[in-house]
Design a protein around this ligand. Sequence first.
Ligand code: BYC
Ligand code: FE
Ligand code: FE
Length: 483
Amino acid sequence: MPDGMKVDYDGLIPNNVGLSEDARVRKALETWHPGYIDWWKDMGPDGFQESLVYLRTAISVDPKGWAKFDYVRMPEYKWGVLLAPQVEGRLIGFGAHKGEPAWQDIPGEYRGLLRRLMVIQGDTEPASVEQQRFLGKTAPSLYDLRNLFQVNVEEGRHLWAMVYLLQKYLGKDGREEAEELLKRRSGHQDSPRMLGAFNEETPDWVSFFMFTYFTDRDGKMQLEALAQSGFDPLSRTCRFMLTEEAHHMFVGETGVQRIIERTAQVMKDNAITDPNDVARIRAHGAIDLPALQRKLNLHFSLTLDLFGNEVSTNAANAYNSGLKGRYREDKLDDDHRLLDSTYKVLRPRDGEIVANDVPALSALNMRLRDDYVVDAASGVGRWNKVLEKAGINFRLTLPHVAFNRKIGEFSKSHVNPDGQVIDAATWAVNIDRWLPSSDDKLYITSLMKPVSAIGEYASWIAPPKVGIDNKPGNFEYVKLWES
Ligand code: BYC
Ligand code: FE
Ligand code: FE
């Protein structure tokens, strides 16, 4: 294994950043550790802390094989500090410092900006664990239960990733932020998590799969943008986090796909040809496609809010300073400064949606969101392939980006999923057709019964085609009680 890829497992905190020779940061992290474990026990998966879970743990940062699988009790998971190997001679790729050597330390003038970016990133990670805290109690199978917990422990590790950077590079300020990250709570009235979508509920497994498909994908896009950072330790951290993120989105994509497969099977077995024949589909314990579309509409629109305002001086500053780039900045072919270019931003004007040219630097949130929508559409296409093959006359679609928005240009407009600006009355009459209705919620909640026998799956979801780590679908992915 090449140097810099191996992880040191000797101390309390597995790492490839030389913690054993860095007494100050090691001590800071060891001091933070008990509070983290308390947080995990209080706010992590409820009721499964003693179960043995078949989890992957990183043992190297080599993208070709960094994981080892074994049964682990979650509080004993090896949360480590893992950075992608340093690239010799890496240069800053964009903004005012383009072409200068990447920073190994934080330039004094950028402490505030970077602190904010790292704290916001860090805040989302424990937030998602809090949102998913009760889902274990209603898992549709041991396979899905294990996937939930894998996602949860890795989001915990992502918090560690940001806390390490805060503690190492921002001294006392960083230590205070690290403490605060353990204090805020998703959905809490007085000390909520920082971004809107992370204070929403993830009340059931359909939402969990939509969340890991759509919202973890915002994680991917933001991490890709931060992986371009001129602050090299942040870039390296995000590059390794991205290798974990792929699994989270896989869980979401295949989860939704398996719901569709099951619904298609139920329709076929019972000669139901109309996808809107909700009563009959539900009578067989499957999830009707219109309800699935409404869940999709909700989670897609909530996630779009995470890109911030379409026009943002924060984003312009972060780019100009070389701290946060565009999606795949290093693959783009332009001047990487954006001082003279423009970008199209969608806005409501007199009841229409128009595209205005604005300075490209200030439109970077819009641009990242556009890249996100393209990325998110690809999986929807794969879901529709399943419907096409099954001969079902229904297609899932992404709603218009202006639909159901709370942040940005459209936060004060009502726009339907097709992208037409409508009045408040029309919105109110149709909302149950476009977003999960109380009827959907009641029905989906009624399906959320745990299935914990080895190899069995709930009525509303098909088994996976292949299991995890080449294990079959009927592998004991979680030993609920030690035998
Ligand atoms: N909710 O200039 P603007 C993940 C605030 S997900 C509440 O447009 P900016 C994960 C904003 O803070 C990835 N407030 O903002 C996924 C600002 O407040 P201040 C997380 C919001 O900075 C699943 C003000 O409005 N990582 O990893 O251009 C599971 C003006 O806004 C929201 C990141 O987001 C909101 N949605 O853009 C687990 C990367 N949006 O400063 C994990 C780091 C905006 O004026 N963050 N505001 O008081 C950023 O790059 C940026 O902060 C944002 C916002 C893109 C989020
Ligand atoms: Fe994460
Ligand atoms: Fe994630």
